[in-house]
Write a protein that binds this ligand. Structure first.
Ligand SMILES: NC(=O)c1ccc[n+]([C@@H]2O[C@H](COP(=O)([O-])OP(=O)(O)OC[C@H]3O[C@@H](n4cnc5c(N)ncnc54)[C@H](O)[C@@H]3O)[C@@H](O)[C@H]2O)c1
Length: 262
């Protein structure tokens, strides 16, 4: 069971610290034999914290490149550097999102300014399209690959306080399907995991996040919140050859909270 990803290598975007979904995904992929490189948000404090978390993964060799998806040329430079140092690109993990904290409060979606709305769409959605474009040729040359993004139920239901992030996640899930269609002929699969609420830096920005946690723990059929490692496990499946016929999917890993009526 431990070598599902032996011989596969790829890049993960979205490790901020050891709580990040991106970190849990990295942990699981590495445990199953994958080699992981990392694109991390630049800046002294953020980068140092991400580096510490990556060190905790105890890799034989670390490959880290600064990348701010909102800056023109940053993703391109990261993928060029990755290609120089790695023969294969079997997977890309998109575990990043950003929305202006000020407009992540119950009742104030309607006040979201254009600038904040567009930033959420740029960092949280367009970055996936751009990553897929930069990854395509190297993945195709290696016989295909798997691209995986992180989403949340707020894409499909109005979750108080999730606001512009929810609209961005709806666009992300749709982008997953359109990318899956474009890239299918190259044997590149594109999927998303809709993870349950998890305490992270990003989720701390959502006013009322504790209500999301409590609501799921009460109402989910499994009567608890998801753990990061459980999303990691699903990522292993979606990156591995066990899922070669799965593409364009939103796969819920949320203890079943998504389908409960009331
Ligand atoms: N935590 C949750 O409850 C939850 C639930 C479902 C889905 N998600 C999704 O999981 C993903 C990871 O979030 P997380 O909760 O682990 O939080 P996190 O704060 O640990 O990770 C978010 C990451 O996005 C990165 N990022 C933000 N702006 C960026 C930019 N311009 N360029 C490059 N990177 C940038 C940050 O550096 C960070 O590494 C996000 O897509 C989030 O929406 C989170």
């Amino acid at each position: 069971m431990n070598n599902l990803l032996e011989g596969k290598q790829g890049i993960i975007f979205g490790v901020a610290n050891e709580r990040s979904y991106g970190w849990h995904i990295a942990r699981a992929l590495i445990d199953h034999g994958a080699r992981c490189a990392f694109g991390v948000f630049p800046g002294e404090k953020m980068e140092a914290r991400a580096r510490l978390a990556i060190e905790a993964l105890e890799l034989r060799e670390e490959w880290i490149h600064p990348c701010d998806c909102s800056k023109p040329g940053s993703l391109q430079a990261t993928f060029e550097a990755y290609r120089r140092d790695h023969e294969r690109l079997d997977f890309v993990i998109h575990s990043i999102a950003f929305a202006d904290k000020e407009y992540l409060r119950p009742g104030n979606f309607i006040d979201t300014p254009r600038e904040s709305f567009l930033t959420a769409m740029d960092v949280s959605v367009f970055s996936l399209v751009s990553m897929a474009r930069h990854a395509r040729e190297q993945m195709k040359a290696g016989g295909g690959g798997s691209i995986l993004a992180m989403t949340y139920l707020g894409a499909q239901r109005a979750v108080p306080g999730y606001n512009a992030m929810g609209v961005a996640k709806a666009a992300l899930e749709s982008s997953v399907r359109y990318l899956a269609q474009d890239l299918g002929p190259d044997k590149i699969r594109v999927n998303s995991i809709s993870g349950g609420p998890l305490r992270t830096l990003a989720s701390a920005a959502i006013k009322g996040f504790r209500n999301m946690l409590n609501h799921d723990a009460r109402r989910a059929p499994l009567q608890r919140n998801v753990e990061g490692g459980e999303v990691g496990g699903a990522a292993v499946y979606l990156v591995s050859d066990l899922s070669t016929a799965v593409t364009g999917e939103t796969h819920f890993v949320d203890c079943g909270a998504n389908f409960v009526g009331f």
